[in-house]
Write a protein that binds this ligand. Structure first.
Ligand code: ADP
Ligand code: MG
Length: 717
């Protein structure tokens, strides 16, 4: 390992205490860190325009000849102005620099320079047609072309572009001899990647765009490669034999009690789980599969395996409604088998909570609660299990990556299962779930029908009401989803109170259907069903929500008007019509989730998206919903139409970019080419780790991995 790389930036000429402190503010203390301080952009000074054709308000390059002797005048005390004229074939510009007298000697009358800066025009001037203030300037020589791409670095107070560029050039020279390429040569060649030296040189001072692209590709690969190595090593490390093997599990009674046969995919997943749980090495597995593919039953099987092995199981859901439903379903299945299932949520009365805590921690297996279902309250409250076995999180995408990490940390010795219906692109899956083994349910239960989807406007209102009446008359049930009204934080696709009460504030957005008014309206137009319509929203008391959900599930209520609180997970097989009001307000993946609430039983089901939005994007998005049923394709479409911003909000508002504290400097996770590189990097990492599991033979590489994960050396062992 080269000494020069790890030495402090102060070894570089011109870097003293003050500048080192400025660098420290950028998180840079060593020469190597400086080399990895990449430009955030590049100025293209190679594209030379004339003064007359200079674009408005944009920096550009001009080649001008100095026409007047540069003069310095004092304009105020302590303020000087350096001024001269320069021309090209198209006109003359006045060039000014404030407080930079020293530049006077740099400009020679009659000599030619390349200037880079904003060219401003003067409408009425005769001689002074254009001005350029404080442009960058370099002597111009036809024979010796100047580089065209100039790096633009992220700055901090006390550092200029020029200083950084100079220091980096010095750092490059200092380390040129032994910069060492941490990427094994065979991998580099197989992947057709440049050397590290080439990449560093051209990322800072690219010869041209193709060289920059080559440099970037290499450095992006490095980021992914190190990320993959790090996650793989950490995942393995988490897998020390510290869990209690759950080897029991005669699931035949359970299977017999199911009203259906498991699909092959479900059986395969349960097989994966069974194998994982039989080990002392804790399971870390994620089940992904489109809405309605039947993940819950796999979770239930896993819980049963744990309990039959004398352990306890915990199931965490993102909403209270879903937690309640899971608890009810599990009780129904497992209570007859003599198992004890409890629900623990924020709303659980204190006395009951206390009893649950005690029963969970009870040393006496006869008194012990076997399965507990809840929201993240399970994480934060005083839950101690007497015989920890399995922890499951449902609809993982609703929790933050951080919450999962906390969960894994808190329950290091438990088997862990994660379920997610969010179809995310491959690269994302690797980033988010790289530390988990993956089981995919790629098959829908048989007889699953396609939910016919329509998009209609306000003018269809009457016909829609008739359709609701018909569905209910035939014994079906109906969901109506309106944008949220009372949730404190606005989800994408939801609205603020303010917007709601001044619906016409933005004239191109159609008025919002408030869930409250909607329910009232519906009762008026469907008087015969008035007492079969209920209204549900996030701000209601849990007991009320619970009661309404229960009455809807039992079929007593026919129409449920709600905000997106029903978005995830709930299961009412008799529901056959999903109406989404102001559908343009919802993300595609959200709409897909909503649509997944119907078509779960035998009834022919429909999804009606109501929207009067006329915008091009809105139209395209709704069209996608009408024609696409594959959650993964919808997610990709969503990504393409909305951009990654919303899509990658990971629960707590953190984005994937920051997930787990990893920051990618160059890689763009939404870029398809980068996605391919990521996959290759992951494969290469796996191959290397097979040969050298702890990177003992690649100490420099190992160190860079530790750097990326901001961990101290030794942590990854
Ligand atoms: P998700 O994967 O979205 O969580 P669920 O587990 O809620 O889906 O299952 C959706 C519906 O499919 C439920 O009504 C469930 O009972 C039913 N189901 C699950 N597996 C099968 C199967 N193999 N055959 C028929 N229906 C099934
Ligand atoms: Mg589910």
């Amino acid at each position: 390992m080269s000494q020069a790389l790890t030495s402090a930036v102060t070894v570089l000429p011109g870097v003293g205490k003050v500048r080192a402190a400025a660098y420290a503010r950028l998180g840079i203390s060593t020469v190597e860190q400086l080399l990895y301080h990449f430009p955030r952009a590049y100025e293209n000074r190679g594209n030379i325009v004339t003064l007359a054709t200079a674009p408005e308000g944009e920096k550009c390059a001009t080649v001008l000849t100095v026409a007047t002797e540069p003069r310095v005048t004092m304009i105020r005390r302590g303020m000087s102005l350096l001024k001269f004229r320069a021309y090209d074939d198209s006109g003359t510009a006045e060039i000014t620099y404030f407080n930079q007298d020293f530049l006077r000697k740099s400009f020679v009358l009659g000599a030619t320079y390349r200037f880079y800066g904003k060219v401003e025009r003067f409408a009425g001037g005769r001689v002074k047609q254009f001005t350029l203030s404080s442009p960058a300037a370099e002597p111009w020589d036809e024979e010796k072309p100047l580089p065209s791409l100039y790096p633009v670095y992220p700055l901090t107070e006390g550092l200029s572009q020029k200083q950084i560029a100079q220091n980096i050039a010095a750092a490059m020279a200092l380390t040129a001899e032994n910069r060492g390429d941490v990427l094994p040569d065979d991998i580099r060649r197989d992947m057709g990647l440049s050397t590290l030296s080439y990449a560093l040189r051209h990322i800072h001072t690219p010869a041209d765009l193709p060289s920059l692209a080559i440099a970037k590709r290499r450095l992006i690969f490095d980021e992914f490669f190190r990320f993959s190595l790090g996650t793989a090593i950490m995942a393995k490390q988490a897998r020390v034999a510290c869990a209690v093997p759950c080897t029991a599990g005669d699931l035949s009674d359970f299977y017999r009690a199911l009203p259906y046969r498991l699909t092959d995919a479900q059986q395969r997943v349960i097989g994966d789980i069974r194998r994982d749980m039989a080990s002392e090495i804790p399971m870390r597995r994620i089940i992904v599969g489109d809405v309605g593919c039947g993940k819950t039953v796999c979770a239930a099987a896993a819980m049963l395996i744990a309990v039959q092995s004398g352990r306890q199981a915990m199931l965490m859901a993102p909403t209270e409604i879903l937690a309640r439903q899971h608890a009810a379903d599990l009780s129904e299945t497992f209570a007859p088998m003599g198992l004890r299932v409890a629900l623990l949520i924020g709303a659980t009365p204190a006395s009951q909570k206390k009893a649950i805590y005690e029963a969970l921690a009870s040393p006496d297996p006869a008194r012990r609660i076997d399965m507990v279902v809840g929201t993240h309250a399970l994480l934060t409250e005083g839950v101690t299990l007497a015989a920890p076995g399995l922890v499951i999180t449902d609809e993982q995408h609703r929790f933050g990556a951080g919450q999962r990490a906390a969960l894994a940390e808190k329950n290091r010795d438990m088997h862990m299962l994660v379920m997610s219906a969010t179809p995310i692109p491959r690269t994302m899956a690797l980033m988010l779930y790289g530390d988990l083994d993956l089981s995919r349910i790629d098959e829908m239960p048989p007889g699953r029908q396609r939910v016919d989807t329509f998009t209609v406007g306000e003018s269809y209102r009457e016909r829609l009401q008739a359709f609701i009446r018909k569905q209910v008359a035939e014994g079906g049930q109906v969901y109506v989803v309106c944008p949220a009204i009372e949730e404190r934080e606005c989800e994408p696709g939801e609205v603020t109170l303010e917007e709601l009460f001044s619906p016409d504030a933005a004239s191109d957005t159609p008025p919002l259907k408030a869930a409250v008014t909607y329910a009232a309206e519906l009762k008026e137009v469907l008087p015969e069903l008035a007492d079969r319509i209920a209204f549900l929203h996030g701000g209601m008391k849990s007991r009320e929500k619970d009661d309404i959900m229960h009455r809807f599930a039992e079929g007593e209520l026919k129409i449920l008007v709600s905000t997106t609180v029903i978005e995830v997970g709930v299961n009412v097989p008799n529901a056959c019509l999903m109406i989404v009001e102001n559908a343009e307000r919802f993300g595609l993946s959200q709409l897909h989730q909503l649509r997944g609430r119907v078509g779960r039983g035998k009834r022919k089901s429909y999804c009606v998206l109501v929207s009067d939005a006329r915008g091009e994007t809105a139209r395209k998005r709704l069209e996608t919903m009408r024609t696409t049923y594959d959650g993964y394709r919808i997610a990709e479409e969503d990504l393409a139409l909305r951009g990654p911003g919303d899509f990658f909000r990971v629960g707590t508002g953190q984005t994937i970019r920051q997930s787990g504290g990893i920051r990618f400097r160059l890689a763009d996770l939404c870029d398809e080419n980068d996605g391919d590189l990521m996959t290759h990097a992951a494969t290469a990492a796996r191959t290397l780790l097979n040969q050298d599991p702890n990177l003992t033979e690649h100490p420099d590489l190992r160190r860079t991995v530790e750097d990326l994960f901001c961990v101290d050396s030794g942590t990854l062992s």
